[in-house]
Design a protein around this ligand. Structure first.
Ligand code: NBP
Length: 477
């Protein structure tokens, strides 16, 4: 038999992706370093479609029709390089290696360059949606050459999630590392979305004094409006879950130390390198990190501060509406920052990424899927050179309507001592951008004072320095 596509690496993601291809009518070659996993897949799911099991790399490659298409779904990092080293010598000019793991885009750029020298296309592909997405339709973010997308695109379109309008959630993001870069920012935005939702929950719990079950109902209501999204939906599920062992709300028996695998951190690291203020995403990464500093938290528990006093019933219900406004406004800011990072990465690396198309392929399949993304897409489709999502008239109008409540929520949070790093960072970003004058002028004065770092003036062209330790006259530089 000759298979149209092959998948090597048959842990949860690879196995489900292979089954997804097979269910869509493709003949799929399957391979795994440990061959017993290949046999398990055949035993359990072999009936689902046209699979070709291969135990050796040679058999795997021989099973593929040309140009060969090999999907690599192994642990990101060194394992990906090991697999490439194993397979590349067996491949021929025009063959395509698709890396569906969570690779760092800089690694993808290096691998693409090295393989291109041997005439092999390397397609670094972001895949979001977890196990379920891989099986039933993920959001797919492929990078790489136009030629590789011509051969691969139709297959990816078939297995991808479909948005409500039927559009497949896959687009050719751009050359080399573009797909993995966009997947990285997707995960950064995911961190921010999750943090903002967590803060909304915390406020409803501590300031409004609601139970997890009641908060679950509030999230269910929000999920029928403009916040309609997968993450809001699962939040309601998690909050309404009761622990079987204790009968307590599940959220009260889980250790409050959030972990992370690293893609959110990459988003912030790269943003720092590119000089980009992704403060909301950074606060989300920091919030997870701080939650895990248990010794520091224990040592700080006795520090002074208010004890939240829950509101009365009618005030609490009104407060919940304000929290919805704060959450929505903060979400707009997170996406503003994330898309700014994609636009900047695209310019830096010459990827020419279509931001509207990125928003469109996140509408289904992935973790941040949301009704909201239709709006983001519309904003960029109307104006591809939009300087920022906040410059979109519709979003600006919504924030204008939300901002009083957004501020009121932060006042209440501050007064009651409930931490809101995400909401606060978002509002600070917003107020910074809209300010006529910033105290950065003073910062420049200080820098010039201690380090002769010079400054520019508002009224004249040129660069200047004041002789601070002399007669304080100004000299042009
Ligand atoms: P894992 O990340 O747990 O990787 C396990 C697979 O890697 C196994 O098939 C294993 O083979 C193979 N492997 C390793 Br480890 N080292 C290898 C080597 N040196 N040579 C060949 N194969 C090697 O699997 P996963 O959770 O399915 O994720 C796969 C990729 O998809 C990762 O990059 C992940 O970041 C990404 N991803 C995961 C999700 C998710 O929700 N889990 C979502 C989106 C993307 P063995 O069986 O022989 O040990």
């Amino acid at each position: 038999t000759s298979a149209q596509i092959g998948v090597t690496g048959l842990a949860v993601m690879g196995r489900n992706l292979a089954r997804n291809f097979a269910r869509n009518g493709y003949a799929v070659a399957v391979h795994n370093r440990t061959a017993s996993k290949t046999r398990e897949l055949m035993d359990e799911f072999g009936q689902e479609g046209d699979f070709v099991a291969a135990e050796s790399a040679e058999d795997f490659v021989a099973a593929l029709e040309r140009p060969r298409r090999l999907v690599v779904m192994v642990k990101a990092g060194d394992p990906t390089d090991a697999v490439i080293r194993e397979f590349a010598p067996l491949l021929e000019h025009g063959d395509v290696i698709i890396d569906g793991g969570n690779a760092h885009f800089a690694d993808t750029r290096r691998r693409e360059r090295e393989l291109r020298e041997h005439g092999i296309h390397f397609v670094g592909t972001g895949i979001s949606g977890g196990e379920e997405g891989a099986l039933h339709g993920p959001s797919i973010m492929p990078g790489g050459s136009d030629e590789s997308y011509a051969s691969l695109g139709p297959m990816l379109e078939k297995i991808s999630a479909k948005a409500a309008d039927g559009a497949p959630c896959v687009t050719h993001v751009g050359p080399d590392g573009a797909g993995h870069f966009v997947k990285m920012v997707h995960n950064g935005i995911e961190y921010a979305d999750m943090q903002l939702i967590a803060e909304a929950y915390h406020l409803l719990r501590e300031v409004a004094g609601f139970s997890p079950a009641r908060i679950a109902e509030i999230f269910r209501t929000w999920n029928t409006g403009r916040l309609d999204s997968y993450l809001i939906e699962i939040t309601a599920e998690v909050l309404s879950h009761v622990d079987a062992a204790t009968g307590e709300p599940f959220v009260d028996v889980v250790a409050d130390q959030a972990e992370q695998k690293g893609t959110g951190r990459w988003t912030v690291q790269i943003a720092l390198e590119l000089g980009l203020p992704v403060s909301g995403i950074a606060e989300a990464v920091f919030a997870r990190s701080l939650s895990g500093h248990t010794a520091l938290r224990a040592a700080s528990r006795g520090l002074a501060g208010p004890t939240p006093a829950p509101l009365g019933e009618s005030e609490a219900a009104a407060f919940a509406d304000q929290v919805e406004q704060a959450l929505y406004a903060s979400k707009i800011v997170s996406y503003t920052q994330g898309f700014h990072e994609i636009a900047t990465g695209s310019a830096e690396y010459g990827w020419n990424i279509d931001l509207g198309a990125v928003a469109a392929i996140w509408r289904a399949g992935c973790i941040i899927r949301a009704a909201f993304l239709d709006r983001v897409r519309a904003a960029y489709d109307a104006r591809p050179d939009l300087p920022s999502l906040l410059s979109d008239e519709a979003f600006a109008r919504e924030i204008a309507a939300a901002q009083d409540d957004w501020r009121a929520v932060l006042v209440a949070a501050t007064r009651q001592g409930v931490p809101t790093p995400g909401f606060s960072a978002a509002l600070t970003y917003y107020d910074t951008l809209r300010a006529d004058r910033l105290p950065a002028a003073l910062t420049q004065g200080q820098r010039d004072y201690f380090g002769a770092h010079t400054y520019r003036r508002t009224d004249r062209e040129g660069v200047f320095h004041t002789l601070w330790s002399g007669d304080r006259s100004e000299v042009p530089v």
